[in-house]
Design a protein. Structure first.
Length: 96
């Protein structure tokens, strides 16, 4: 591994630690997998905040996920996973 990559990993770790207020173990990010622009699987969610055919907002603890597009539908929902289908035009990831 080059020195630049090691330095970059150190800077990212420091920023995450500073942002989360603790160690990286306390910093839980949701995991999002896309299948083209027509399907998204989100793991680590805590609930649906808003749901329309053009907008889906999901609570992921310290973060909010927002999908916008057309024909959006929640196909599957479990306590910590959600499957959003439809034509996904935009995906936003913001902190609370």
């Amino acid at each position: 591994m080059t020195k630049g990559v090691i330095f970059l990993k150190k800077v990212i770790k420091e920023k995450f630690t500073e942002f989360s207020g603790g160690g990286l173990n306390d910093f839980k990010l949701p995991h999002v997998e896309f299948n083209s622009n027509c399907e998204a699987l989100v793991q680590g969610c805590r609930g649906v905040l808003e749901y329309h055919d053009h907008l889906v907002r999901i609570n992921c603890g310290r973060f909010l996920l927002r999908f916008s597009g057309s024909g959006l539908c929640i196909r599957a929902l479990s306590p910590d996973e959600i499957l959003v289908t439809g034509e996904i035009a935009c995906f936003e990831f913001t902190s609370c």
